[in-house]
Design a protein around this ligand. Structure first.
Ligand SMILES: *[C@@H]1O[C@H](CO)[C@@H](O)[C@H](O)[C@H]1NC(C)=O
Ligand SMILES: *[C@@H]1O[C@H](CO)[C@@H](O)[C@H](O)[C@H]1NC(C)=O
Ligand SMILES: *[C@@H]1O[C@H](CO)[C@@H](O)[C@H](O)[C@H]1NC(C)=O
Ligand SMILES: *[C@@H]1O[C@H](CO)[C@@H](O)[C@H](O)[C@H]1NC(C)=O
Ligand SMILES: *[C@@H]1O[C@H](CO)[C@@H](O)[C@H](O)[C@H]1NC(C)=O
Ligand SMILES: *[C@@H]1O[C@H](CO)[C@@H](O)[C@H](O)[C@H]1NC(C)=O
Ligand SMILES: *[C@@H]1O[C@H](CO)[C@@H](O)[C@H](O)[C@H]1NC(C)=O
Ligand SMILES: *[C@@H]1O[C@H](CO)[C@@H](O)[C@H](O)[C@H]1NC(C)=O
Length: 783
C-alpha cells in the first residue's frame, strides 16, 4: 500500500529535503491494520480529537481493515486507535455516490451503498496514508482524500469525469456500533450546510454520549453556489427537496441521514471538498470549530500544518539509521507515531462542566498506558503530558476521582487499579522542577492522588478503587458476597492498588511529606498478602509461589497458575466479560510487581530460582506479548544481575511479535507502540521513579530531545553490531557510570552523551558497586 505515492506529498517532502531529518518518511500507518491490531491509519494531528478515516464492513471491526476484500462503508470523523471491544465512534460517515440517475432512487443504507477499493497488483488495497493525510481509490474510480485539524475534518472527493451528478451522503445513525438514536439533521438549501446530531453508545462503559456535526461543501477547482439537489433520507428513500430528518422520522427504518448533489465541473473531474466540524456540545459549536480551524478551505495547507506538528513531535527522537535495516527504523517511528493518538485534546468540548483547564478524553485505558506511554511522554513530550495531567486533575475536582477509562465525556469500566495515580506521579516525579511553569499545581495533584487512595466511590467499576477494603484488609478478598462488589479481578486489583500506592509514596516523598510517603510505601508492599508461597504449576512443580485469590477470613482459594495463559487447560479468558471470574484480569497469576522486584526474588528463593522462573516464562510461552501486564518481564533479569538475558529476550519478543507488516501487531495495539519504542531504544521505564532500566539499543545512536529541560540525551553504542547486543560498560559524560542496568533520570534532565560499550558475551553484569542493581522498595526505595 505504501507504494502508491501521491503527487503533492512527494512535492512536500522535496520542499523539506534541505531541512534536517524527516521522521515522517519512516511512519507506516498500516502496521497492525488487519488481524485485530485495530490501528487507525487515517488523518489526525498529534492528540487530535478528530480522527478522520475509512470504515469498512470487516466483521467485528467496522473500522479500517487493510484486507481489500472488505467494502468501504464511509469516511467518518471520530475513531479510537488500537482498542479492543466493541467498535467505538466512527460517527457521521460521509460517502460519495457516483451514478444513480434519480435522486430519490439513490441507495443510501450501509449494505446497499458499500463498495470495494481498487486493488493494486500486489493484492493490497489502493490506500495511502502518511501523518496528516489519507487517500484511497474506490473501485468506481472515485478518489477520496482526508486531512484534519484538531476538531475539524476536511475531505476531498474527486469523481471521475464520466460521473453524472456528484452526490455525497451524511450518515447520522450508523456509528461503529450502529447505536445512533434521536437523530437530528437539517439541510440549509441555500448553501448545502448540513447540521446533525445523535446519541450513541460508548463502547466500554454503561453510558451514552451526544455528538454534533456541521458539514459544509465547496467545489475544488470550480465554484457552485449551493447543492443542485438535497434531501434527508430514511433507509433507501431519499426525499428530494426536504430539509429536515424529522419530516419523515417515523417508526420504521432506523438508518437516517442526508444526501446532497452538486453541479459537475464542466471541464475536469469534479472535486468537492467537505468540511466537517465536530463537537460534543452543539451543532453551533461544531460549525464554529470548522470555521475557526479551516476558514480558507485550503486542503494542502491543512495537510502541511498537520505534518509539521507531527514532524516536530516525532523528530525529538532521533536515531542513526545507517547500517540498520530500514524496517527497524520504520518500526520505531510507526510505533512512536501511534503513541501520540490518545489521549486526545477535547479542550472546549467537555460536556460535563465549564472550565478554563484543558480537557483530555480518549483514555483507553490508563491500565494500558501508565506503564510505558506516559513515561515516553516524560522523555520527549512533557508539554502535552502537562496538559493531560491538568485535564485529569480537573476531572478529579469535578467528579471526585481521577479518570481511568474515558470516552466522549463518559466514564468507562475500570480495568485494574486507579491508574490515574501512576500517571500523575510519573509526571510529578520526573518533571518536578518544572511543574509550576507547566501550570500544574502540586497541591491539587497530590489531593487528586489521595482521593483515589482514601475515598471509596459508590461505583468503583467506573472510577476510583475499593479503597476502604484495601485499607482495611491489605488485599481485596475474593468472596463473592464481600461488600457487594462484583466477583471480578480481585487479585489483579490488589497487585495494581499496591503499585498505585507506591507511586503516591514517591510523590509524597518528593513533596517532603515523609510520613505520608512511609504510609503509602507500606501499603505498596501489601502485594505480599496475595502471595501464596505453596502453589506450584501443575506441570512444572519446581515453579512455586504465586499470587492467588484470598478470602476475607485469610484462607486461600485456588486459581491454576496457568489460568488466562496460552497454556490454560480450560482455555479460559479473563477479559471483563469472562465467565470464570477467578481473580485475574487480562493476565495470568504470573503477574509481577515492578516496585519491589528484590522482594519477589526473595519470595521465589533467590536470584537463581528467579532467573530459572523467568526462563521458564519465556520458554513455555507465558510471556504474553499481546497484553500490557507482561511488559516489564524481560527487564526483570536486571534485578538478578543478568542483563544479557534481558537483551536476548527483548530481541526475541520484537522478532516474534512486532514488525512493520499490516499484521505486525500480536493483538490490539493499546499502548504497544510505546513499549516497542522503549525496547528499540534499549530502555525500559518504571513509572513514577527516577530510574530508567537500560539495555542495548537497536541503533548505533539514539537521542531524546526534551523541550522543557532544553536538553538532548544521546545513547551511543561502541562496537555496535549484529551480535554485540550486551552492555559491558557504561559511561555518562565520559566518566564510568555506577550501573550498566539503569540510568538515573538526572542523566536525561542534564542531557549529554551516554556511551555503551557493547560485547557479544551474554555474561555481562550490572556492575560491581553497591548501586549497580536497580532499586526496589525492600532495598531502600527509589528517589
Ligand atoms: C462487498 O460488497 C460486495 C457487493 O455488495 C459483496 O458482494 C461482498 O460480499 C462484500 N464483501 C464482504 C467481505 O462482505
Ligand atoms: C488513486 O488514483 C490517483 C489518480 O489516478 C493516483 O494518482 C493515486 O496514486 C491512486 N492511489 C491513491 C491511494 O490515491
Ligand atoms: C456513470 O453514468 C454515465 C452516464 O450514464 C456513464 O457515462 C458512466 O460510464 C457511468 N460511470 C460509471 C463509473 O459507471
Ligand atoms: C473461609 O472462607 C471461605 C469462603 O467463604 C470458606 O469456604 C472457608 O470455609 C472459610 N474458612 C475458615 C477457616 O473459616
Ligand atoms: C473458588 O474459586 C473457584 C474457581 O474460580 C470458584 O468457582 C469458587 O466459587 C470459589 N470459591 C468461593 C467460595 O468463592
Ligand atoms: C509479524 O508480526 C505478527 C504479529 O505478531 C506475526 O504474526 C508475524 O509472524 C510477524 N511476521 C514476520 C515476518 O515476522
Ligand atoms: C521489511 O518489512 C516488510 C513488510 O513487513 C517485509 O516484506 C520485508 O521482508 C522486511 N524486510 C526485512 C529485511 O526484514
Ligand atoms: C556464560 O556463562 C555460562 C555459565 O557460566 C557459560 O556456560 C558460558 O560459556 C558463558 N558464555 C560466554 C560467552 O562466556
Amino acid at each position: 500500500m505504501r507504494l502508491a505515492l501521491v503527487h503533492f506529498l512527494g512535492a512536500l517532502s522535496a520542499a523539506h529535503a534541505q531541512n534536517d531529518f524527516d521522521p515522517l518518511q519512516f511512519v507506516n500507518l498500516f502496521v497492525g491494520s488487519v488481524n485485530g491490531g485495530h490501528t487507525f491509519p487515517g488523518a489526525t494531528i498529534p492528540h487530535g480529537m478528530v480522527k478522520v478515516g475509512m470504515d469498512t464492513d470487516s466483521p467485528g471491526n467496522a473500522r479500517y481493515d487493510g484486507d481489500p476484500q472488505y467494502n468501504v462503508t464511509g469516511f467518518s470523523q471520530l475513531h479510537q486507535a488500537g482498542t479492543g471491544g466493541a467498535v467505538p465512534l466512527s460517527n457521521f460517515k460521509l460517502f460519495p455516490i457516483l451514478n444513480c440517475t434519480i435522486f430519490e432512487q439513490c441507495l443510501t443504507t450501509i449494505s446497499s451503498r458499500k463498495i470495494l477499493r481498487k486493488i493494486l497488483p500486489g493484492g493490497f488495497p489502493d490506500d495511502y496514508a502518511s501523518p496528516g493525510y489519507f487517500s484511497t481509490n474506490l473501485s468506481n474510480s472515485i478518489r477520496v482524500e482526508l486531512t484534519s485539524t484538531r476538531r475539524t475534518a476536511l475531505h476531498r472527493y474527486t469523481f471521475p469525469v464520466t460521473s453524472t451528478t456528484p452526490r455525497i451522503l451524511l450518515d447520522v445513525t450508523n456509528d461503529g456500533q450502529v447505536s445512533g438514536i434521536n437523530p437530528r439533521m437539517e439541510i440549509d438549501p441555500k448553501n448545502g450546510r448540513i447540521t446533525a446530531s445523535g446519541n450513541y453508545a460508548a463502547s466500554f462503559g454503561p453510558d451514552r454520549y451526544d455528538a454534533y456535526a456541521c458539514v459544509d461543501f465547496k467545489g475544488f477547482g470550480y465554484d457552485f453556489d449551493g447543492p443542485s439537489e438535497y434531501g434527508p433520507y430514511k433507509i433507501n428513500y431519499p426525499d428530494l427537496w426536504g430539509t429536515d430528518i424529522l419530516q419523515h422520522y417515523y417508526s420504521w427504518g432506523s438508518e437516517h441521514g442526508g444526501l446532497v448533489g452538486f453541479p459537475s465541473n464542466p471541464s475536469k473531474p469534479s472535486s468537492i471538498l467537505a468540511r466537517v466540524g465536530i463537537s460534543l456540545l452543539s451543532t453551533d459549536q461544531a460549525c464554529a470549530n470548522a470555521e475557526e480551524e479551516i476558514p480558507d478551505w485550503d486542503f494542502e495547507k491543512t495537510v502541511t500544518n498537520s505534518r509539521s506538528l507531527w514532524k516536530d513531535i516525532l523528530g525529538r527522537v532521533r536515531v542513526d539509521s545507517q547500517d540498520v535495516d530500514r524496517n527497524t527504523t520504520e518500526l520505531l517511528y510507526s510505533s512512536l507515531y501511534r503513541t501520540h493518538l490518545t489521549p486526545a485534546d477535547y479542550t472546549g468540548e467537555n460536556p460535563g462542566w465549564e472550565s478554563s483547564e484543558p480537557y483530555y478524553d480518549a483514555f483507553y485505558c490508563n491500565w494500558d498506558s501508565y506503564r510505558t506511554l506516559f513515561p515516553l511522554m516524560s522523555m520527549h513530550d512533557p508539554e502535552n503530558f502537562a496538559r493531560i495531567v491538568r485535564g485529569m486533575i480537573d476531572i478529579q475536582k469535578h467528579e471526585g476521582w481521577l479518570p481511568e477509562c474515558r470516552e466522549m465525556g463518559t466514564k468507562q469500566f475500570i480495568q485494574g487499579g486507579s491508574h490515574g495515580d501512576p500517571i500523575l506521579a510519573e509526571f510529578f516525579v520526573k518533571l518536578k522542577a518544572h511543574v509550576e511553569n507547566l501550570n500544574v499545581s502540586p497541591s491539587d495533584l497530590y489531593t487528586a492522588l489521595v482521593a483515589d487512595a482514601e475515598k471509596t466511590p459508590k461505583n468503583w467499576n467506573v472510577q476510583g478503587r475499593q479503597a476502604d477494603v484495601w485499607i482495611e484488609k491489605g488485599y481485596i478478598p475474593s468472596d463473592t458476597t464481600y461488600r457487594g462488589g462484583a466477583n471480578t479481578k480481585q487479585v489483579s486489583r490488589s497487585v495494581e492498588y499496591a503499585f498505585d500506592d507506591f507511586t503516591i509514596s514517591q510523590v509524597a516523598k518528593s513533596l517532603g511529606k515523609l510520613s505520608d510517603s512511609r504510609k503509602y510505601a507500606k501499603r505498596a508492599t501489601n502485594f505480599i498478602n496475595s502471595w501464596n508461597p505453596n502453589v506450584a504449576v501443575p506441570d512444572a512443580p519446581q515453579i512455586v509461589g504465586f499470587m492467588q485469590p484470598r478470602f476475607e477470613n485469610g484462607t486461600w482459594n485456588y486459581t491454576d497458575p496457568r489460568h488466562c495463559s496460552v497454556n490454560d487447560p480450560l482455555k479460559a479468558t479473563c477479559f471483563l466479560n469472562a465467565i470464570r471470574r477467578d481473580g485475574f484480569y487480562e493476565s495470568s497469576p504470573i503477574v509481577y510487581v515492578p516496585q519491589d522486584t528484590a522482594k519477589l526474588i526473595e519470595l521465589q528463593g533467590g536470584p537463581d530460582k528467579f532467573v530459572e522462573r523467568l526462563d521458564w516464562i519465556f520458554e513455555n510461552n507465558y510471556f504474553d506479548s499481546t497484553n500490557e501486564p507482561s511488559q516489564q518481564i524481560p527487564h526483570m533479569y536486571h534485578y538478578a544481575n543478568k542483563p544479557g538475558r534481558a537483551a536476548q529476550r527483548v530481541r526475541q519478543i520484537i522478532n516474534e511479535a512486532f514488525n512493520t507488516s499490516i499484521n505486525g501487531l500480536p493483538g490490539n495495539d493499546g499502548a504497544m507502540g510505546s513499549y516497542v519504542v522503549f525496547y528499540l531504544a534499549g530502555l525500559y521505564p518504571l513509572p513514577a521513579t527516577r530510574q530508567v532500566l537500560l539495555s542495548s539499543p537497536y541503533f548505533p545512536s539514539v537521542s531524546f530531545h526534551n523541550p522543557v529541560f532544553g536538553t538532548t540525551t544521546t545513547i551511543k553504542s561502541i562496537n555496535f553490531g549484529k551480535k554485540n547486543i550486551y552492555v559491558k560498560s557504561t559511561k555518562v559524560h565520559g566518566k564510568p557510570y555506577k550501573s550498566n542496568c539503569y540510568l538515573e533520570w538526572d542523566v536525561f534532565e542534564q542531557g549529554g552523551i551516554v556511551e555503551l560499550e557493547l560485547t557479544d558475551n551474554v555474561n555481562v553484569t550490572c556492575g560491581s558497586g553497591s548501586e549497580a542493581l536497580p532499586p526496589s522498595i525492600s532495598t531502600g526505595g527509589y528517589l
